[in-house]
Every structure is written in structure tokens, then in C-alpha cells.
Design a protein around this ligand. Structure first.
Ligand code: MHF
Ligand SMILES: O=c1ccn([C@H]2C[C@H](O)[C@@H](COP(=O)(O)O)O2)c(=O)[nH]1
Length: 264
């Protein structure tokens, strides 16, 4: 939590003015890292209330291999609406690449199942990677992947995960992304009978949109609460069988939500 506030402060103080695709304008720094020890609590931002439901359903939606917003809509989640076409499609984004990356000769590769398998069979492997950055398909995605690649690492009975996020909307996107990958690390750990280790977030272009500066300052003026804890109610037979009701954040104490416009 402190680390996130430090990142906001850093970009506020040292970020350079930079134009961007959306025409909004940003303050930006290139390259930054945050490390979260998952045993010390769940990295859910407390200086503003997060819409946890959106985070949970979005991750379950990725794991389904789904790229249509219908499932999110059915569960009252609207965070992907702006990027969908008339059929609700987003093109071959995260879900498709995670679960069915198109390989030569018509095969598809389930990177999630492969990673779980590799963690179980060969935990010392340095090749446990899931990539959403499928260069040949970038043009058919309505938004190119921001959280592009992640890697797992096993040591001393603990599973750690590092994400490379090439582009990071610090006010709106990053709190969601950190929570989502921290949760994913917990799920992988549970499925592989390991304890959760660290989640390491590495950012490329880390930016605050110019129309988020006041909101960021408001957040910087708040005192963080202790982080909540994650309870997972059961261990389903596979990583694809978790349900929304399986998760609960215990003692999530947070300051009120802060509204901000999303750059499309
Ligand atoms: N500019 C931009 N920033 C992002 O973070 C982002 C994109 N675009 N495009 C694709 C996805 C969609 N994501 C989003 C989209 C909306 C919110 C958002 O509006 N969050 C509100 C709460 C909305 C809700 O959960 O219903 C917030 O206050 O956190 C967050 C992440 C993350 N991604
Ligand atoms: O999970 C996400 C998805 C998107 N973002 C942000 C990062 C940028 O502000 C935009 C994407 O624009 P590009 O021009 O493609 O970089 O969305 C995020 O932070 N997290």
C-alpha cells in the first residue's frame, strides 16, 4: 500500500509531460517495480474503496478464456464496455492468449494449464511464463495487452509471480491489476500445494493521466489502513472451477471511492 502511494508520489514529482494515444496527456516515468509479500496481507488499496466485484469477475472471465463482455455484463461488471464491438467482442485478448494461443498447424496452447503442470513437475524451471503479447494477433485486439507477460518462481515451498505491465494507468488500472495478479498467485499456489510468496509488479510506461492528478493528490492525503486478508473458501479440482462466492476479503477497511474519467 505504501509502495503504491510512493509510486504515485514519484510520478507526481518526477514524471514528465507526455502525449498519449487517447489524447488526454500524462505525467509519465519509464520503469518501476513494487514487491508485495503475500503473507503480509492482500495488496488491496485502502486509500480508496475498490470495486472488488469487478476485479474478481474479470479474473474469472480471463480464466474462462472468454473475450466477450456478455459474461461480465451478466454479473454487473462494465469495466470493458468501452472497448467492445457491437457483438460484445474484444478480439483475441487475454482470455484467448492465456487459454488457447494459436500455434502453427492449427493447435492451440493452454498456457495456464501448462504453467500449473510445470510448477508441479519441474518447480525449478526458469521457463514458467504466460504471455498475452501475441505479436501476430495484436492488430485484431481492440486494446493491445497492458499486462503483457508473467512468470512464476518456486523456492522454499513458496510460489512467487512477477508481472511485466508495459503500460500502466496508475490511478484506475494499477490497483485493479495488482489485486488481480495477487489473487491469481494465490490461486496458482493453492492448486500447486504451495504457499503464496511474493507478487512483483514491474511497470514500463507508468503514467498518471492529467485528468487524474487531483484524484491522486486526494489519495496521497489519506492515511492507509492495514491490508485485508484473503479467504478462499474451498479448493476446487482445477484452477478453472473457482467461483465468485469462493472468495472473501476479511477486514477490508478503505477510504471512500474516488471517481475518475477513464481514457479510452
Ligand atoms: N485508460 C485505461 N485504463 C485502464 O486501466 C484500462 C483501460 N484503459 N482499458 C482496458 C482496461 C479496463 N480497465 C478498467 C476500466 C475501468 C476501471 C474503472 O472505471 N474503475 C473504477 C470503478 C469501476 C467499476 O468497477 O465499476 C474505479 O474507480 O476504480 C478500471 C479498470 C483496466 N483497463
Ligand atoms: O489492465 C490494464 C489495461 C489497461 N491499462 C491502461 C494503460 C493505458 O493507460 C491504457 C492503454 O493504452 P495504450 O495506449 O495501449 O498503452 O490502459 C492498465 O493500466 N491496465
Amino acid at each position: 500500500m505504501q509502495q503504491y502511494l510512493e509510486l504515485l508520489r514519484h510520478v507526481r514529482a518526477r514524471g514528465v509531460r507526455k502525449a498519449d494515444r487517447t489524447g488526454t496527456g500524462t505525467l509519465s516515468v519509464f520503469g518501476y517495480q513494487m514487491r508485495f509479500d503475500l503473507a503480509a496481507g492482500f495488496p488491496l488499496i485502502t486509500t480508496k474503496k475498490l470495486h472488488v466485484k469487478s476485479i474478481l469477475y474479470e479474473l474469472l472471465w480471463f480464466l474462462r478464456g472468454d473475450t466477450n463482455i456478455a459474461y461480465l455484463r451478466d454479473h454487473g461488471v462494465s469495466i470493458w464496455d468501452e472497448w467492445a464491438d457491437e457483438q460484445g467482442e474484444l478480439g483475441p485478448i487475454y482470455g484467448r492468449q492465456w487459454r488457447s494461443w494459436a500455434a502453427p498447424n492449427g493447435r492451440t496452447i493452454d498456457q495456464i494449464s501448462r504453467s500449473i503442470d510445470l510448477i508441479r513437475r519441474n518447480p525449478d524451471s526458469r521457463r514458467i511464463i504466460v504471455s498475452a503479447w501475441n505479436v501476430g494477433e495484436l492488430e485484431s485486439m481492440t486494446l493491445t495487452p497492458c499486462h503483457a507477460l508473467f512468470q512464476f518462481w518456486v523456492a522454499e515451498g513458496k510460489l512467487s509471480c512477477q508481472l511485466y505491465q508495459r503500460s500502466a494507468d496508475l490511478f484506475l488500472g494499477v490497483p485493479f491489476n495488482v489485486a488481480s495478479y495477487a489473487l491469481l498467485t494465490h490461486l496458482f499456489a493453492q492448486q500447486c500445494d504451495l504457499a503464496p510468496g511474493e507478487f512483483i509488479w514491474t511497470g514500463g510506461d507508468c503514467h498518471l493521466y492529467l485528468n487524474h492528478l487531483e484524484q491522486a493528490d486526494e489519495q496521497l492525503g489519506r492515511t492507509p489502513h492495514a491490508p485485508p486478508r484473503l479467504a478462499i473458501r474451498r479448493k476446487p479440482p482445477s484452477i478453472f472451477e473457482y467461483e465468485y462466492e469462493d472468495f472473501e476479503f476479511l477486514d477490508y477497511q478503505a477510504h471512500p471511492a474516488i471517481k475518475a474519467p477513464i481514457a479510452v
